[in-house]
Design a binder for this molecule. Sequence first.
Ligand SMILES: *Cc1c(COP(=O)(O)O)cnc(C)c1O
Length: 482
Amino acid sequence: MTDERLAKTVSSAYDAALEVIASVEPRVAEATRQELADQRGSLKLIASENYASPATLLTMGTWFSDKYAEGTVGHRFYAACQNVDTVESLAAEHARELFGAPYAYVQPHSGIDANLVAFWSILANRVETPTLQRLGAKNVNELTEEDWETLRHEFGNQRLLGMSLDAGGHLTHGFRPNISGKMFHQQQYGTDPETGLLDYDVVRAKAQEFRPLVLVAGYSAYPRRVNFAKMREIADEVGAVLMVDMAHFAGLVAGKVFTGDEDPIPHAQIVTTTTHKSLRGPRGGLVLAQEEFAADVDRGCPMVLGGPLSHVMAAKAVALAEARQPEFRTYAQHIADNAKSLAEGFLTRGAKLVTGGTDNHLVLLDVSGFGLTGRQAESALLDAGVVTNRNSVPGDPNGAWYTSGIRFGTPALTTRGFGHEEFDTVADLVVEVLSKTRPGTNKAGAPSKATYATEDGVADRVKDRAAEMLDRHPLYPGLQLS
Ligand SMILES: *Cc1c(COP(=O)(O)O)cnc(C)c1O
């Protein structure tokens, strides 16, 4: 089908879908329409978001959602799963081929689920199996109550070393309020306070002292690449399993922007990811593993998960097939090139960046130079149609709620076709808003970390300049709702 013909077909499909939805609950249909208009009309710079293809989105809206399929392909606890088997096999095959991984598990509903599957697979492989052997039991059904007590004790005494949240790690990497920070004894590594960069010698020293079972690498807000070969060396030195959470940068791995030591697949025993961030698929997760962990990961259901989201597995198959096309490599390279353009745009306008730049898909702007908190900056930008999120910077004096940083990512606008010139303009618009915004006061007249005031007219001028770029690079070109 030609692009034009396809766009017409997609338009009719959504017109029909919205009509059907409106016949039951018109307010949902209206919110769905409005969401498209809002996403089309704003600069989406949230680093964890993207725009999946119509093919991927449409695949999620089917009767696969109605099917239970606990178990694995060909080995289900439910009858009549032959079509789920087809789509799950396809998704797993595309994932293995795309990433060059020996094994892929596509059932996790989200990134957090993928990480839980990974944690428990490591615990099963490295704690449960040896404990069963020691107790002379073939499986857990043979354990006595006393044995269970022993096993629970061993599960509860394992250690995890991950990147701290304020250095750019994720809450599932051992952050206390998350279950990963409760089920494991945890310690965190940060980044160098001067450079903002990972210091592998510091990670090594911590690992040697703490001797974790799990070393987690990966991040949500670190604007640099990681040397996974080095991380594996460290893990091996202390007998840890290296788990890489590539939720944010899976698209750059898939698109071969990260290769060699920066490609986690050959180095980590287990790799987890979301499918909806730079990978540009449906909202979900997946786990890739080396053979040694395959059988354990395969037990994700019932270990951690219930029934898989069959409609989402189908959409993963579609999105992963898209990511195997040569165009995806071009897309991934543009994500990284555009992040460089955005970073340079900030630096030439005198703004301060954590680590002084970027070599992945994200840029972390330290807004303290504008006299603002992250919360004030985020809100002022949103008023001008610039959608970002506030983020801690290393050693953040404003804490995790107000923060001192704004995180920008290029995957979404790169999908719309933004390039160097547009990202330079984005930097200009952001600096324009922030340099004309002042911190406000609370009701009692004291300084506030939340309130702010932007000079009159700035938000509208920025919106106009953004609209010109957004019109030139439409979201879902040709998709027209009647
Ligand atoms: C986004 C993210 C997750 C969680 O993904 P969800 O799908 O929101 O559960 C996990 N790890 C990292 C590093 C992430 O960036």
